[in-house]
Design a protein around this ligand. Structure first.
Ligand SMILES: [Zn+2]
Ligand SMILES: [Zn+2]
Length: 424
């Protein structure tokens, strides 16, 4: 291949097992979300840059540094979506769904794009599963989203999940808290904070709370807690959400340092963390964003949602589920004169749902066995001259090496019988 066509840094090709795990996650998501009446929304990957500037915020790292942005021939600035919510809200408003009183529930699955530094294994095209619910500020929606997320993650094979929650209050009550937090942060030894937090403590003090640096964590250990500043309405909303989660038998932990960096987040925020891949890592996160639609020129619509990164999810699901992309058979036919018969057998198996392939070119028996091994098939089916004369077929177990010969007429049943046996 011409080396100038090499795959771009931070972009991945997906094959075999990884593709199979992704497909499994997508199918599981579609099944679970459909039960909750979430409809699939396939929004475009490319949108006007202004949409993201307005919804995510012009002075955020995502918008300032991380988007793939370019001009089209008419000089209009376009961007590849760095996250899903903006496009979903745009589609919702554009379809006039905000005009009816019904609640709109959406999920979407697909790639997102950010110009992350590709070292550290960060991908510039990564994949997310997103859910958004628009049109209701009820705590039942918060609980519904969280229950649905946990159910999806469990069905995807994830174990040892921990649900963490916090409430960020509303426009009414958060101002007072931010003042107190700023006061607290400025009373600390500024030099002890990490560089990011020194800037954040003025520009975005909430973000100091979720800094991962040990020093910063110690410094904020006795910071004021946002829940103590929640107004009555926010307090009731959060209490109801927790009550519903308990009713559903979900375990959770209130994490006072769980925040989201952007101004429009309000009330419930949540994360599901797993400690299966090293340190505790978030596999999904979300929360409420009432009124975000106003930033896109819509009305004051309440909303809530979550996002899960599929790459991380796939690592965990792969560990726990033995999803195998392994084919069941490879039919080895050394001679040209038996090739049509071999093809007919292969086709018959495929049509009855048994996965496999065959050689279409005559070759030595030895070479064909090597091909069967490289193919990864569970069984090699052999249709040589001997088998052809006796109307039989040989089945070789590629793992154990033992071989049996059966009448070709019973092949399908025999294979099904062999497959039903548990592989050791
Ligand atoms: Zn409030
Ligand atoms: Zn810090």
């Amino acid at each position: 291949m011409d080396p100038s066509f090499k795959r771009l840094k931070g972009f991945a090709d997906m094959f075999g097992e990884q593709s199979a795990v992704f497909a499994f996650l997508e199918t599981t998501a579609r099944t679970v979300f459909a039960n909750y009446e979430y409809e699939e929304l396939r929004a475009p990957i490319l949108e006007p840059t202004e949409l993201f500037r307005r919804s995510i915020g012009a002075v955020t790292d995502v918008v300032q540094k991380e988007m793939f942005t370019f001009e089209d021939v008419k000089g209009r600035s376009l961007s590849m979506r760095p996250e899903a919510t903006a496009g979903v809200l745009r589609a919702y408003l554009e379809a006039g769904r905000d005009k009816d009183s019904a609640i709109s529930r959406f999920f979407s699955i697909g790639p997102m794009f950010r110009r992350e530094r590709p070292q550290k294994g960060r991908l510039r095209q990564f994949h997310q599963i997103n859910c958004e619910c628009l049109g209701s500020d009820s705590p039942y929606i918060d609980a519904e989203l969280i229950c649905m997320l946990v159910e999806f993650l469990k069905r995807a094979g994830l174990k040892n999940l921990q649900l963490q929650l916090n409430s960020l209050g509303c426009r009414e009550c958060r101002g007072k808290y931010l003042e107190e937090l700023k006061k607290f942060l400025s009373s600390r030894d500024q030099d002890a904070f990490c560089e990011d937090c020194r800037t954040r403590s003025v520009s975005n003090p909430l973000r100091v709370l979720d800094c991962k640096q040990v020093n910063c964590r110690e410094l904020i250990a006795d910071a004021p807690r946002i829940l103590d500043y929640n107004c009555r309405a926010c307090e009731t909303h959060f209490a109801k959400t927790l009550e519903l989660l308990k009713l559903e038998g979900l375990n959770f932990r209130v994490n006072h340092n769980l925040v989201r960096g952007l101004d429009y987040y309000c009330r419930t925020t949540f994360e599901v963390v797993s400690d299966e891949i090293g340190a505790q890592t978030a596999v999904a996160g979300g929360g409420r964003y009432d009124g975000l639609t106003r930033q896109l020129g819509g009305g004051d619509i309440p909303g809530a949602g979550f996002a899960c990164g599929m790459e991380r999810l796939a690592l965990l699901a792969e560990k726990n589920l033995k999803i195998s992309a392994r084919p069941i058979f490879y039919l080895a036919c050394p001679d040209e004169e038996n090739m049509n018969r071999a093809f007919a057998i292969t086709q018959e198996l495929r049509k009855s749902g048994v996965t496999g392939a065959m050689n279409y070119k005559p070759a030595s028996f030895k070479k064909l066995m090597r091909e069967a091994a490289r193919n990864g098939a569970r069984y090699a089916l052999i249709l040589g001259a001997d088998e052809a004369t006796s109307a039989s077929i040989s089945i070789k177990d590629m793992d154990k090496g033992d071989q049996i010969s059966i009448s070709a007429r019973n092949l399908k049943e025999k294979l099904i019988e062999l497959l039903a046996k548990k592989p050791e």
